[in-house]
Write a protein that binds this ligand. Structure first.
Ligand code: NAP
Length: 338
C-alpha cells in the first residue's frame, strides 16, 4: 500500500481523496493538510488520516511516502520543492507553478536530485478517447499529420474568470495535449479575437488560438466558455491520407420524434471522470516500489507555462509570439511521457 499525503483539501483535493480511498488499488491516504484547518480536520477525520498544520510538515511525515499537491496554484512551487528535497514522489495538480521561473526552479531541483519525482495533473493524456486518437495517429493510418482542429467549450464560467484565463486555465489543457499528441514543442502562438458572445457579459469570449508546432503541424483551438449547451471537447487531426477525431459526446443516442439526441456532459468532472481515475492509478503503479512517474513531467509543466505566457502576450498584443524554451535537461530526454 502506497502511503500518500494530500496537501489542499478543496474541491479537487477532496475528489482525489475519494478516488484514492474508494476507487483505486494499492494506495492509502495517511495524511492531509490545508490552510483551512477546519476543512483539513473534517476531511482527515473522515478517512482516519493524520492532519498536519502545514504542507511542509506533511511532506516530512515518515508515514507519507508520496505527496499529492491540490492546493491553490501559487502554493504549488513551495510544496513540490519540499517534496523533491525530501526525495518523495509528488503529483502536482496543474499548473506546476504559476510562473515560468518557478517551474524552472522545480525542473532544476529535480535535475539536481537526479531522477524523476514530479508528475503534473494534465489528465487528458489518460482519457480513453484521446489515447485512441493518438493510437490512430501513431499507427500511421491517416498518414503524416498536417493540422489539428480543437474546440474547448464550457457551458459557463464563474464571475472571477478573466479573458487571459481562456489561455492559462482553459486552453492550457490543449497546450499540453498537442505537445504530447505530436511529440513536438509549440514554436509560436497567435490569438484571433472573434465577435463577442453576449452570454459572457464583458468577457472577451470566444477566442481563436493558433499554435505552430515545431514539426510544422498547425493547430487551431476555439475557446468558448459561455456556450450554454454543455461541456464539449473536440479534436480532429487532419493527416495526408485521412482524418481522425474524438467520437461522439456520449455512448448512448436516443432516437425519437424524428431526432437523434446525444447527451452532452455538464462539465469537465463528468467528461474526464474516468481519465482522473486512470491518471492516479497509473501514477500509483509507477511509483510503488520506488519507480519513476511516467506521466506529464516537470518539463511538461514548464513548457505549458511558457506557451501559456506566449498566448497571453499574443492576446494582449495581437502579434504572433515565438515560444522560447530553456535547453531541455537530459533527464527528460528519454521521455515521451505517457
Ligand atoms: P480549491 O477548491 O480552492 O482548493 C484549493 C485548496 O487549497 C483550498 O482548500 C485552499 O484553502 C487550499 N490552500 C490554499 N493555500 C494553501 C496552502 N498554503 N497550503 C495548503 N492548502 C492551501 O481549488 P481547486 O478547484 O480544488 O483547485 C486546486 C488545484 O487543482 C488548482 O491548481 C487547479 O488549477 C487544479 N485543478 C485541476 C483540474 C484539472 O483538470 N486537472 C481541475 C480542477 C482543479 P482555502 O479555500 O482556504 O484557500
Amino acid at each position: 500500500m502506497l502511503k500518500v499525503g494530500v496537501i489542499g483539501t478543496g474541491m479537487i483535493g477532496q475528489d482525489h481523496i475519494r478516488r484514492l480511498t474508494t476507487v483505486l488499488n494499492g494506495v492509502t491516504v495517511t495524511a492531509v493538510a490545508d490552510v483551512d484547518a477546519a476543512v483539513a480536520a473534517e476531511v482527515g477525520g473522515r478517512i482516519g488520516a493524520t492532519v498536519h498544520a502545514t504542507g511542509e510538515e506533511l511532506v516530512a511525515d515518515p508515514g507519507v511516502e508520496a505527496v499529492l499537491v491540490c492546493s491553490w496554484g501559487p502554493t504549488h512551487e513551495q510544496y513540490v520543492l519540499a517534496a523533491i528535497a525530501a526525495g518523495k514522489p509528488v503529483f502536482c495538480e496543474k499548473p506546476l507553478a504559476t510562473t515560468q521561473g518557478a517551474c524552472l526552479r522545480i525542473v532544476e531541483a529535480e535535475v539536481a536530485h537526479g531522477s524523476r519525482l514530479v508528475q503534473v495533473g494534465y489528465m487528458r493524456r489518460f482519457d480513453f478517447a484521446y489515447r485512441q486518437l493518438k493510437h490512430a495517429l501513431d499507427s500511421g493510418e491517416i498518414g503524416t499529420p498536417l493540422m489539428m482542429h480543437c474546440a474547448h467549450r464550457n457551458a459557463s464560467v464563474p464571475a472571477f474568470y478573466q479573458k487571459e484565463m481562456a489561455i492559462t486555465d482553459t486552453a492550457v489543457h490543449e497546450i499540453d495535449m498537442v505537445r504530447w499528441m505530436f511529440g513536438a514543442e509549440i514554436a509560436a502562438v497567435r490569438v484571433l479575437v472573434p465577435r463577442r458572445s453576449s452570454h459572457g457579459g464583458d468577457l472577451q469570449d470566444p477566442l481563436f488560438l493558433i499554435f505552430e508546432m515545431g514539426n510544422g503541424v498547425l493547430v487551431d483551438v476555439e475557446t468558448s466558455v459561455n456556450i450554454r449547451y454543455g461541456y464539449d471537447i473536440r479534436g480532429e487531426i487532419v493527416g495526408e491520407s485521412g482524418t481522425a477525431s474524438l467520437g461522439s459526446l456520449s455512448p448512448v443516442a436516443v432516437r425519437r420524434d424524428g431526432r437523434v439526441a446525444n447527451p452532452v456532459p455538464a462539465d469537465w468532472r463528468e467528461r474526464f471522470l474516468a481519465a482522473y481515475d486512470v491518471e492516479l492509478q497509473e501514477w500509483v503503479l509507477a511509483i510503488s516500489g520506488g519507480g519513476q512517474p511516467l506521466g506529464p513531467s516537470a518539463w511538461d509543466g514548464y513548457a505549458a507555462a511558457v506557451v501559456s505566457d506566449a498566448g497571453v502576450s499574443a492576446l494582449r498584443t495581437g502579434e504572433r509570439v515565438l515560444v522560447s524554451l530553456a535547453d531541455q535537461p537530459k533527464l527528460y530526454d528519454s521521455g515521451v511521457t505517457v
